[in-house]
Design a protein around this ligand. Structure first.
Ligand code: ADP
Ligand code: MG
Length: 336
C-alpha cells in the first residue's frame, strides 16, 4: 500500500472546496440521433473537488451513466456530446484531441461498473488481468506480481495469493468487484467513477464495497463520483449529492442537508421510497409513473406529470435553477 500511496500526489489531503474543482461539468448535453433526437442528458452540471466523494443519484433512465461516460467521451455512436464543458484539471475533455484523451482515460480517470462478472475476462486469471492493467499504465517494471499482490491487499482481498491464481468464476461477486477496483486503481486515478458498483451485490457485500471505496478515497486522496439509484446508499459515503432527473440535476447540496431537508419533490419521493427499518409497510411510498423517455420529455418541468406539488405553471415553464444556502441548488417553482 505504501508504494501506491507514495505515488498518489493528493494523498491524505483534506478536501478544499474553495479551490478550483478537479472536475467541473457545465451544461452537458448528450444526444442519440434517431428519428426524434433522444436527449439523454440535457444540461447536466456538477463538480467534484480533488479527494472528494460526490454522488449522482436518480432512478434508472435519468441519464447518470450516459453523463459518466460522456466525461471521457466514451458514449458510443450514435450518441454524441452536443454542448457543454467537462473541465478536468484545467482542460476541457469535451474538446481535447483524441490521443490526449485516450492517455487521460487510463491515467487520471478510471471507471468501475455494475457487473464485475461481465467486466472481467472469464478465460484469464484475476492476477494476470490486473497485471496487464498495471503494465499498460506503469510499464513492465511497474507491473510485477508483488505490485498486484499489494493492490489486492489494498482492496481487502483476504487471500491475495490465491486470488492472483483464481479465474473470475472462482471468486464471489464481492471479490470480483474488489478485483475490478484493484484494476481501476492500477493507473492511480485522481478520479474514480463508480457506476452502480454495488447494485449487483447482496446487501452485506454492498456495505463492504462502499466502506472500501470510502477508505480508498481517504487513504489515496482520490476523488470518487458515486453513481447510484439508491439514495439511502449515499448517506454515509458521499459528501455532496446531485439528484438527477430526465437528464439534468434537479437538486444538489451537502448530503446531510439534502437528506434531512429535501427541497425538490422528486428528492422527497426518492426518500419516501427508501424502506425504513421500523414503520409499517404501507408507509412505503413510491413515485407514481416512471422517468420519461428522453425522446419524449414533457414540456415545462420534466417532473410535473408525476409531481404531487405541480401547479399550472409547471406544465408550461421550465424552472430555472435557484441557489440557496451554501451550495444548495433546486429546480422547482414550488420548492418553498
Ligand atoms: N445507445 C443508446 N441509444 C439510445 N438511447 C440511449 C442509449 N444509451 C442510453 N440511452 C438512453 O438514455 C437515457 C439515459 O440512460 P442512462 O444514462 O443509462 O440512465 P441511468 O444510468 O440513469 O439509468 C435512457 O433513457 C436510455 O434509454
Ligand atoms: Mg446507469
Amino acid at each position: 500500500m505504501d508504494k501506491i500511496m507514495e505515488q498518489s500526489p493528493a494523498c491524505g489531503g483534506a478536501v478544499d472546496l474553495s479551490a478550483t474543482p478537479l472536475l467541473s461539468v457545465e451544461d452537458l448535453h448528450v444526444e442519440f440521433s434517431a428519428a426524434a433526437p433522444i436527449r439523454a442528458v440535457r444540461g447536466a452540471g456538477f463538480t467534484v473537488a480533488a479527494g472528494e466523494t460526490v454522488a449522482l443519484v436518480g432512478e434508472s433512465g435519468s441519464g447518470k451513466s450516459v453523463s459518466a461516460l460522456a466525461l471521457t467521451r466514451l458514449v458510443a455512436a450514435p450518441g454524441r456530446i452536443t454542448a457543454g464543458r467537462v473541465m478536468f484539471d484545467g482542460q476541457d475533455l469535451a474538446r481535447l484531441p483524441q490521443a490526449e484523451l485516450v492517455r487521460l482515460r487510463g491515467s487520471a480517470i478510471s471507471y468501475i461498473f455494475q457487473e464485475p462478472a461481465t467486466s472481467l475476462n472469464p478465460v484469464f486469471r484475476a492476477g494476470y488481468q490486473v497485471r496487464e492493467a498495471l503494465r499498460l499504465h506503469r510499464g513492465r517494471r511497474g507491473a510485477g506480481r508483488e505490485m498486484v499482490e499489494e493492490l489486492f491487499r489494498l482492496v481487502g482481498l483476504a487471500d491475495p495469493r490465491r486470488c492472483l491464481r483464481a479465474y473470475p468464476h472462482e471468486l464471489s461477486g464481492g471479490m470480483q468487484q474488489r478485483v475490478m477496483i484493484a484494476m481501476a486503481l492500477a493507473c492511480r486515478p485522481r478520479l474514480l467513477v463508480a457506476d452502480e458498483p454495488t447494485t449487483a451485490l447482496d446487501v452485506t457485500v454492498q456495505a463492504q464495497i462502499l466502506a472500501l471505496l470510502a477508505r480508498l478515497q481517504r487513504e489515496l486522496g482520490m476523488a470518487v463520483l458515486l453513481i447510484t439509484h439508491n439514495l439511502a446508499l449515499v448517506a454515509d459515503v458521499a459528501r455532496r449529492v446531485n439528484v438527477m432527473y430526465a437528464g439534468r440535476v434537479v437538486e444538489a447540496g451537502k448530503t446531510g442537508e439534502v437528506l434531512r431537508h429535501p427541497a425538490h419533490p422528486y428528492t422527497c419521493g426518492l426518500l419516501a421510497a427508501v424502506p425504513r427499518l421500523r414503520g409499517d409497510a404501507d408507509e412505503l411510498h413510491g413515485i407514481p409513473g416512471s422517468v420519461p423517455h428522453p425522446a419524449h420529455i414533457p414540456p415545462g418541468c420534466s417532473f410535473h406529470p408525476r409531481c404531487p406539488r405541480a401547479g399550472p405553471l409547471c406544465a408550461r415553464v421550465d424552472p430555472e435553477p435557484e441557489y440557496f444556502e451554501e451550495g444548495r441548488m433546486v429546480r422547482c417553482h414550488y420548492w418553498k
